[in-house]
Design a protein. Structure first.
Length: 510
């Protein structure tokens, strides 16, 4: 009887704990909807009220997460006999509680308010091509985030501390090691491509493409891939993103008359994020078991669908007829090989990350990573960012921005205070290759299925191996569960060397 009473007490404690966790989750998702609206639909004049609304939500969330009641519940549950799933929930909430409890509430409020007010300032600075307009706001955000990191752990590198907001388990050392390896091995490959004599059909998408028709095509590609319109929607935003939960996962993209392929790939990319979100277990909504596993894994899903599916020859065998249907006067004579080559062109002079090709993309990430790391560590002054940015682009990509809008103002992330986010783009791309290789081993004739428009086996594999687990596993454990191996960049580097060696007829890479 005593053991039953103890079990009931533990059950009551866990139930009380879960009630608080679900409240936190719902507050977070409410804030997400406010953020989505601010970037997609809110009138420009709404910022003063919206910043206060989001700040109020952040305050309430912080109060619940750091409350004495939450601390007591966590302490009690540490000594209870919990299931593996319950232990995972406690682990994830404990990590967030411990970090948040060290940060003063007034600092949380100020970061939320300043970052909300920063977005229109960033927009104006980009439109006016004037970094000096945004610089004071960026400087304040850097100061606030440094202060946040110092409160969390004054004895560690502040950038390492902030990085763990987006990838808490792989560690910044892994990010540095992977990015260093990508820089070392991709730059020679990019140089070899630029020196090659291969004649790719890179002009296939030249000319102007009506943006309304591009939107119809974006909806076509979402239909083809299996997007659930009952639980999602497509909109436009200055910077494509996706947000939501397993009941409501929305995607955005942007259209330019002379960049139809870029808009299409951005849509496929955001579909990857959304299909991960929609694949999370609905019965676990409100707890970490129903939440995604941080940004490396999230980005692996978007990059897998964008690059390993959307840029594949097999995909274009299926989708090219739909493109021709929408743009018969532009692409009527284009072959599958023409479009495949155009989709995988390695650009000579692209300055914009979200429009970058699959290879040079990672040099964009390296630039941002090195700059934001130095900003947070105090090794770089905000006023010097444009010059350092341009110098690094010249060093790593052989091109130099002519404007701040094409340079250090092109991304929205720093206006959100998201320092430590950028490395996860490359970490996720690396993981995408490792996961896709494992999927190819398990799914017979996956290429043929993609060419036939049968994406269900890949959806099912990803749901089984990644989505359904939510945050039950740490990042490294999830990778081992899905692939049977440790996280590695080997698969990504083998994949790009083989693919681009063949495309550009490079003897040293085939």
């Amino acid at each position: 009887m005593a053991s039953e009473a103890a079990a009931d007490e533990a059950s009551d404690t866990y139930s009380e704990f879960i009630d608080k966790v679900e409240r936190l989750t719902n507050l977070g998702h409410a804030g997400g909807v406010l953020g989505w609206d601010q970037e997609v639909m809110m009138p420009e004049g709404g910022t003063p009220a919206r910043s206060k609304q989001r700040s109020a939500l952040s305050t309430v969330t912080h109060e619940i997460l750091t409350s004495d009641e939450m601390a007591e519940l966590l302490d009690e549950l540490e000594d209870e006999d919990l299931t593996d799933e319950q232990e995972a929930v406690v682990r994830e909430v404990r990590r967030k509680h411990d970090r948040a409890a060290r940060v003063p509430q007034d600092l949380v409020e100020e970061i939320s308010q300043v970052s909300s007010e920063a977005m229109p300032v960033w927009k104006e600075a980009r439109e006016e091509d004037d970094f000096s307009t945004f610089a004071p706001t960026l400087e304040r955000l850097v100061e606030l985030k440094r202060e946040q990191a110092e409160h969390i752990d004054p004895d560690r590198d502040p950038y390492e501390v902030l990085f763990e907001d987006y990838e808490p388990y792989l560690g910044v050392e892994t990010a540095e090691r992977v990015l260093d390896r990508l820089r070392e091995e991709l730059v020679p490959l990019i140089d070899a491509i630029r020196e090659s004599d291969a004649d790719l059909a890179t002009e296939t998408f030249s000319g102007e493409f009506d943006t309304d028709t591009q939107e119809e095509l974006a909806r076509d590609v979402l239909d083809t891939l299996g997007y659930d319109w009952d639980h999602g929607r497509l909109d436009t935003a200055p910077h494509p993103f996706s947000s939501g939960n397993q009941f409501d996962a929305r995607v955005t993209t942007r259209f330019s008359p002379d960049e139809p392929l870029g808009a299409l790939m951005a849509t496929v990319h955001e579909f990857g994020h959304a299909t991960y979100t929609l694949g999370l277990p609905r019965e676990d909504y409100g707890t970490p078991l129903g939440d995604s596993r941080d940004m490396t894994v999230h980005e692996s899903q978007s990059r897998l669908w964008e690059n390993h599916v959307g840029r594949s020859r097999a995909f274009w065998e299926r989708f090219l007829p739909k493109v021709k249907e929408r743009f018969p006067d532009k692409l009527d004579d284009a072959s599958v090989d023409d479009v495949y080559e155009a989709a995988n062109e390695v650009y000579e002079d692209n300055l914009i990350r979200v429009e970058a090709d699959e290879l040079t993309y990672h040099m964009h990430i390296v630039v941002r990573f090195e700059i934001e790391r130095d900003l947070i560590r105090g090794d770089l002054d905000v006023e010097d960012v444009p010059e350092v940015w341009n110098d690094k682009y010249e060093e790593y990509l052989g091109i130099r921005p002519d404007s701040d809008a094409e340079g250090c103002l092109q991304d929205i992330h720093w206006s959100h205070g998201d320092f430590g986010y950028f490395p996860t783009y490359s970490l996720g791309s690396v993981l995408a290759a490792q996961l896709f290789d494992a999927a190819e081993d398990d799914i017979e004739n996956l290429d043929e299925k993609v060419a036939e428009g049968d994406f269900e086996p890949l959806h099912d594999w990803l749901t089984e191996e990644i989505h359904r687990h939510g945050s039950r596993y740490t990042t490294d454990d999830l990778i081992r569960e899905a692939t049977g191996e440790e996280y590695t960049a080997d698969y990504f580097l083998d994949y790009v060397k083989s693919k681009y060696g063949e495309l550009y007829e490079l003897d040293d890479y085939q």
